[in-house]
Design a protein around this ligand. Structure first.
Ligand SMILES: [Zn+2]
Length: 147
C-alpha cells in the first residue's frame, strides 16, 4: 500500500480536502507533460515552498490554482508545515530530510494518479511509459520553435 493509499480515507472524510478535483484541462496537462516531468515539478515546488526549516509565507504559500500540484497539496494536507505536522506527523522547524521529501512527493503523486485515471485517452502522452528528463520535454515544447 502506498503512503497515499494509507491516508486516502482520512482525506475523504474531510470536507475541505475531498472537494478538490482535477479539471479536464489539468488532466490534459498531466498527459502532455508525462509523469516523469510532473514528479520533477512536484519535487521542485516542494523544495522551493515547503522543505526549508521555515518556508516563506508558511501557511499561505500554496495557491488554490495555477498548477495541479497545488491542488494536490490542499487535497493531501501537504500545503504547509502546519498541515504536514497535523496530518502527517512531520514536525515544523527543520528542513526536510530526503525521506520526508520523498514521502511528500509520493503523497502528491498518489493523489494526482488517483484523480487522473487513464491518461491514455488524451492525445499527447510523451513519457507515460518511458523515462525522460524534464529537459527533453522542455526541448520538445520550446526547443525547435525558439532556437
Ligand atoms: Zn496547510
Amino acid at each position: 500500500m502506498s503512503c497515499y493509499d494509507g491516508m486516502k480515507e482520512r482525506f475523504a472524510a474531510s470536507r475541505f480536502r475531498s472537494r478538490f478535483r482535477l479539471s479536464e484541462a489539468e488532466k490534459a496537462y498531466l498527459a502532455e507533460k508525462g509523469w516523469n516531468v510532473i514528479r520533477a515539478q512536484t519535487e521542485r515546488i516542494i523544495r522551493e515552498r515547503l522543505a526549508q526549516a521555515v518556508p516563506p509565507n508558511d501557511g499561505s504559500q500554496t495557491p488554490m490554482r495555477g498548477h495541479p500540484v497545488f491542488k494536490a497539496q490542499h487535497a493531501t494536507a501537504t500545503c504547509c508545515r502546519g498541515c504536514l505536522s497535523k496530518w502527517h506527523g512531520i514536525r515544523p522547524g527543520h528542513a526536510f530530510t530526503e525521506e520526508e521529501l520523498a514521502y511528500v512527493t509520493d503523497m502528491i503523486l498518489g493523489w494526482l494518479h488517483d484523480q487522473a485515471g487513464d491518461l491514455s485517452v488524451f492525445p499527447s502522452t510523451p513519457d507515460l511509459f518511458e523515462p525522460a528528463s524534464s529537459d527533453s520535454t522542455a526541448e520538445q515544447h520550446f526547443g525547435k520553435k525558439d532556437i
